[in-house]
Design a protein around this ligand. Structure first.
Ligand code: B1M
Length: 220
């Protein structure tokens, strides 16, 4: 494996954003996620392999968090490092857009502040020819419904990363379907599976951005 991939995973796991970042102290003065991502692309590594390296780093820091070995500040630094990589990847995922196939209204549900996965879905979906209306994080059902009304014919995507916010996701699906039954709703996020999606009354579940694209292209 290319050593740059390991460097990227480590920078995400340790929250090392760039060479100027003094955090973490033992990596002070060393290149960070920003520089390694740029080098990786210059060396011809694929955006997918770089993204996979990021996910490895995120899984490791998430596992440490689960074992109480690191805390929320470390997760925030990991997220900041991943955002530095995503800034390099964005043009690659968005390349190739020809003509808009439709509108995808996307957001992380109420109570949930996780947006890295949603942002990846947004990039990949936009790169596959869809206009994305990104409502951000902590999005209440009424905000989804307002956006749907502003974009007739759109498809809606809901993201959740917490088991606790899955209940808000279900409520959001129900409110959308109650007021606008014709609107198709896709759900995704780490704690979800197809059964959750079915139980919520969603039209689809996607485990990753590619799955979201497949759903959209089929639903269009
Ligand atoms: Co939080 N967090 N976090 N966190 N965090 C998790 C999710 C957790 C699993 C960590 C752990 O315990 N091991 C855990 C959830 C446990 C649970 O509910 N089962 C957890 C917790 C507990 C919390 C807090 C409650 C911690 C606290 O305060 N005590 C708190 C909650 C805040 C809130 O939301 N109200 C919290 C806070 C945070 C930060 C803000 C510090 C930060 C997020 C920063 C940000 O997003 N800007 C953070 C982070 C970074 C994580 C981990 C480490 C990484 C998440 C991530 O970005 N993954 C995470 C542990 C882990 O995942 N291993 C964890 C990378 C990303 C690319 O993957 O988001 O899964 P993911 O997205 C994927 C797929 O899920 C899918 O596609 C993406 C790309 O493949 N996907 C979709 C996502 N949305 C989709 C939508 C679709 C389709 C596919 O269609 C619409």
């Amino acid at each position: 494996m290319n050593p740059i991939i390991d460097h990227i995973s480590l920078c995400i796991e340790r929250g090392k954003v760039d060479i100027r970042s003094p955090y973490p102290p033992d990596l002070k003065g060393q290149p960070g996620a920003d520089e390694w991502a740029r080098d990786a692309l210059e060396q011809g590594l694929s955006p997918e392999s770089i993204l996979s390296a990021c996910n490895t780093g995120m899984e490791r820091v998430g596992a440490k968090f689960g074992r109480n070995e690191v805390f929320v500040p470390e997760l925030l630094m990991a997220a900041k490092a991943m955002n530095a990589v995503m800034a390099h990847l964005k043009p690659h995922f968005q390349a190739g857009t020809v003509k808009e196939k439709g509108t995808f209204v996307l957001g992380t549900v109420a109570g949930d502040l996780h947006d890295i996965g949603k942002n990846l879905v947004s990039m990949v979906v936009a790169g596959n020819g869809w206009k994305v209306v990104d409502l951000g994080v902590d999005v209440k059902p009424s905000k989804f419904i307002d956006a749907i009304r502003q974009h007739p014919g759109c498809i809606v995507g809901l993201s959740a990363l917490l088991t606790t916010t899955m209940a808000n996701m279900a409520k959001t699906v129900q409110e959308i379907k109650g007021q606008l039954p014709e609107v198709k709703v896709l759900v995704g996020g780490a704690p979800l599976n197809q059964k959750h999606a079915d139980d919520m009354g969603a039209d689809g579940y996607a485990p990753d951005p590619q799955g979201a694209v497949a759903f959209l292209n089929k639903a269009a």
